[in-house]
Design a binder for this molecule. Sequence first.
Ligand code: SF4
Length: 381
Amino acid sequence: MNRRLGFEVGPIRPPSEARSLIVRVTRNCQWNRCTFCPVYKNKEFSVRSVDEVISDIDLLCKHLSSIRASFESPHEISANQVWALTQKVNPMELPVFDYALKWFNDGMHSVFLQDADSLVIGSENLARILRYLRDTFPWIERVTSYSRSSTLLKTGEEGLREIRNASLNRIHVGLESGSDTVLRFVKKGATKEMHIRAGRMAKDVGFELSEYVMPGLGGKKLTEEHAKETADALNHINPDFIRLRPLALTSRAPLFLESEKGHFQKCNDIEIVQELLLLIGNLEGISSMILSDHILNLFADLEGRLPQDKERILSILHSFRSMDSESQLLFRLGRRLGIFESIGDMKDVRKLDRARNIATNKGITTKNIDTLIDNLMERFI
Ligand code: SF4
């Protein structure tokens, strides 16, 4: 926990919320049992009181007001001016001033409520916080939160409507898989049917819905079932966004131990590409936006609107599959080292030479690349 003077920020937010103001409503995860997830393990869940959250908003507002009174837009700000302004700030409140300045620089468009599931505090309390946020920062365009399917169902249509009317716009749900076998194995605490019901309810009430999907979560054994059942669940929900976030294992996640014991065989990049072909190929009758906005994705450009971009998205995966094994190795390595973003980058001879030199100097071959990639990906979790 990152505890500041009267102002708290938790450990994670969705990549799409990088420019959002973070408002912490709960600490950690009430469920905390998903075996692939290391984020809140060994951390105790607690709810922050509405008054505590409101006092964070007030403190942030105080500093934002002084910044806005001094500058009309972020473009005007020089380092000297910021330094002059900080001289008037209580040193204990400097971290809050920094958050306020960052949000000002980011345009003050959106807010993200932390941590793992803000809706657990109940619709009445959440609506109070949302109304206070909107009253304090009336220009905000978007307020979003993570939630779990089981919490959405528990909140019910009436509660969700209350929260939506208080202007929560978007909910990010970790669907992870549509396969009940996979969901049970990783202790997600939801079934396919629950995911579908919760997702449809959120959409019916008027939320923008982001569903996170985790390629590779079924391992080698369940890869086909995972792909087909996930596509089927998504076809029933038609979420606004399908966000791909492939499995990466760290020793802090219980699933890592399962893998060490041989109860779970992790897919490599080539198997994930095959799984994605099956998953995306089976998405039918929906208009979702597919996004690969997490650094863990092998292809940063695997993005587009369904149905019109489906063939183009699939063609990226086919291109990778048709590459020879040396080119696949160089792309996998280069992508994870930040040399390439897309397959097209391999046409840049300097970039390609860089990847090739690293592979040669470090002795990276098709025999050891999987372990190396796993180690590199662990750093991004
Ligand atoms: S994946 Fe989400 S619900 Fe599961 S333990 Fe992690 S934070 Fe909690």
